[in-house]
Write a protein that binds this ligand. Structure first.
Ligand SMILES: Nc1ncnc2c1ncn2[C@@H]1O[C@H](COP(=O)(O)OP(=O)(O)OP(=O)(O)O)[C@@H](O)[C@H]1O
Length: 258
């Protein structure tokens, strides 16, 4: 079976800057894959090319074997690629369940047709999704009063409403307390296992990366310099050099902020 996501020689120039240089990788079904690297390594540029926000200078992006290069973000999303953002994007004037209902209506392309009845649509399905992320008890609360960690969990339910094959998560735990970070990534790992969804995520917190990723890729100055499991990445001299200036290793549970 072909990979869920594959990049071939993905490259992006900004004038003289080569932000992403000849990056090729595959992501399998049900895999939780981390993309890490120091500031300016090219992670966001890479994500933006996968999601159709930025055209590659050269190379290709394949979703389940089909090229999605050149497609607009909405078309990429329609093909089953969901995304969560560093900054949560929710309707604060609505309740938690209404936000998920809106996402389900959008998924079923009903948004304009039945807007006056929005509050009745897909409520049971929305509650089921909220249950998946441990938010069912907060369904009727307004988003404006939610704690940040709960907003992130709700955002995950919204992304799942589109029944994605692939979920791209850009620094999902940014701004969260350490305990909340581990809990959110544990939840993500459970979702990957239970729903067979594939996840590619960027992350600065090494505790999160080492604890939950099935595989880790390291980007530096636009190039993939390493790929492997947590043990292999910790032991890789090039990765140690990039993160810690050499001569030191990642300890068990050590956090290195890129
Ligand atoms: N729109 C742009 N115009 C010019 N240069 C850009 C643009 N976007 C990114 N770059 C440059 O491309 C390189 C990669 O940036 P990118 O934001 O992809 O890195 P990153 O790994 O996501 O960094 P961070 O962890 O800080 O978010 C950097 O040198 C950056 O300055």
């Amino acid at each position: 079976m072909s990979a869920v996501l594959e990049t071939r020689g993905l490259t992006r120039h900004f004038g003289a800057i080569v932000a992403v240089n000849d990056v090729s990788f595959q992501l399998k079904k049900g895999e939780l894959l981390a993309l890490i690297g120091p500031n300016g390594a090219g992670k966001s540029t890479c994500f933006n090319m996968l999601m159709g926000q930025l055209p590659p200078t050269s190379g290709d992006v394949l979703l389940e074997g089909q090229s999605i290069k050149g497609l607009k973000p909405r078309e990429v999303w329609r093909r089953g690629v969901g995304r969560t953002f560093q900054i949560t994007a929710t309707y604060s004037s609505m309740t938690v369940v209404e936000n998920v209902q809106m996402a389900l209506m959008s998924h079923h392309r009903e948004i304009y047709r039945i807007r006056p009845y929005a509050h009745q649509q897909h409520r049971a399905a929305a509650i089921a999704l909220l249950d998946t992320v441990g938010m069912a008890a907060q369904a009727d609360r307004h988003c404006a009063v939610l704690a940040y960690g709960d907003l992130k969990r709700m955002e995950l339910a919204i992304a799942l409403a589109h029944d994605p094959t692939l979920l791209l998560m850009d620094e999902p735990t940014a701004g969260m307390a350490p305990k909340e970070r581990v809990a959110l990534m544990q939840l993500t790992a459970d979702i990957v296992r239970d729903r067979g969804v594939s996840v590619l995520f960027t992350e600065h917190d090494m505790d999160v990366v080492f604890a939950h990723s099935h595989r880790i890729m390291v980007l530096n100055r636009g190039e993939l310099i390493a790929e492997g499991n947590a043990e292999e990445i910790r032991a890789n001299p090039m990765v140690q050099e990039v993160y810690l200036g050499g001569g030191s290793v990642f300890g068990e549970g050590e956090t290195a902020h890129a």
